[in-house]
Design a protein around this ligand. Structure first.
Ligand code: 13P
Ligand code: SF4
Length: 304
């Protein structure tokens, strides 16, 4: 059996041979992040997918991320190493349900979190990620009603930041939603000097206890730039790898050991290697849906 080092070297060699770029979300396993050309949050990854010259994109993340890459770069081969790496929150709204809701709200602007299927994006006016959600909603005409899908926690966070009334779907990320006020209070009691970094996918009462609410890249930048030496981490545990790399002399404590996304952990060095050898499984979107979904993503990218 190949060692991590051997497998990583072989992945780097194959990557050149295939003219492939490896994109990885910060929740991926550390060894997968280490072979990636770019590691980032959902926004950074979409920007990289839109900009790359490579022929092949190996997307180490979950399905909606690879799908977004394919929507933005339809001429590229997009490979998701683990076919069943999905996002349960993205499955909490489908196009039929969304169409029905839109009929109840004629004239509303539909804002979809990037954690949605291509079909839902095709039915939406503009996408957002956790990094640009407030900016995206603030850019909308002030008098138009807003429907936000599918994350109720992010939706409520945006509403509180923009002061805008929004109709918010009832979905959530069960990894972030399981973080409780008691978890944060306990971590703060154990580490009184630490600042709490919380993702806006967490419940409003948890967000209220945060010292900084941000996307994953926002948290990494904040920890690096802030003078504090210790931080409590209120997001998926894979982020620790980039937090330590960005701030090697600082301390990070998980707010809860429960914050592990099993879908993000499916991808291994073995599956990345297999993906480079076979260029399978591929992700693509039927052209009629892709065109509409691309408009929704491009509108987002033009706001940031
Ligand atoms: P960001 O990295 O954009 O903050 O997204 C968090 C997330 O849960 C992605 O699945
Ligand atoms: Fe989906 Fe939550 Fe996992 Fe992100 S962490 S992929 S939002 S389930």
């Amino acid at each position: 059996q190949a060692t991590v080092q051997e497998l990583s070297n072989e992945i780097r060699r194959l990557k050149k041979e295939r003219d492939a770029v490896i994109l990885a979300h910060v929740y991926q396993r550390p060894e997968v992040q280490e072979v990636a050309d770019f590691v980032g949050d959902s926004l950074g990854l979409s920007q990289q997918a839109a900009a790359t010259d490579a022929k092949v994109i190996i997307f180490c993340g979950v399905h909606f991320m690879a799908e977004s890459a394919s929507i933005l770069s339809p001429d590229k081969i997009v490979v998701l190493p683990e076919e069943h790496a999905g996002c349960p929150m993205a499955d909490m709204v489908d196009a039929v349900q969304l169409e029905r809701k839109k009929r109840e709200m004629p004239g509303a602007v539909v804002v979809c979190y990037v954690n949605t299927s291509a079909e839902v994006k095709a039915e939406s006016d503009i996408a957002c990620t956790s990094a640009n959600a407030v900016k995206v909603v603030a850019s909308l005409p002030p008098d138009q009603p807003v429907l936000f899908v599918p994350d109720k926690n992010l939706g409520r966070f945006i509403a509180s930041k923009t002061g805008r009334e929004m109709t918010v779907w009832e979905g959530c990320c069960n990894v972030h939603d399981r973080l409780t006020v008691e978890d944060i209070q306990k971590a703060k009691a154990e580490h009184p000097q630490a600042l709490a970094l919380v993702h806006p996918e967490c419940r409003p009462e948890v967000v209220a206890l945060a010292d900084k609410v941000a996307s994953t890249t926002g948290m990494i930048n904040f920890a690096r730039e802030n003078s504090a030496r210790e931080f409590i981490v209120g997001t998926e545990s894979g982020i620790l790898h980039q937090l330590h790399k960005g701030s090697p002399d600082k301390k990070f404590y998980m707010a809860s050991t429960k914050m592990v996304c099993p879908n993000m952990k499916k991808t291994t060095l073995e599956s990345v290697h297999r993906a480079l050898v076979t260029l399978q499984p591929r992700v693509s979107v039927p052209e009629d849906i892709r065109e509409k979904a691309a408009l929704c993503l491009e509108r987002m990218l033009s706001v940031v």
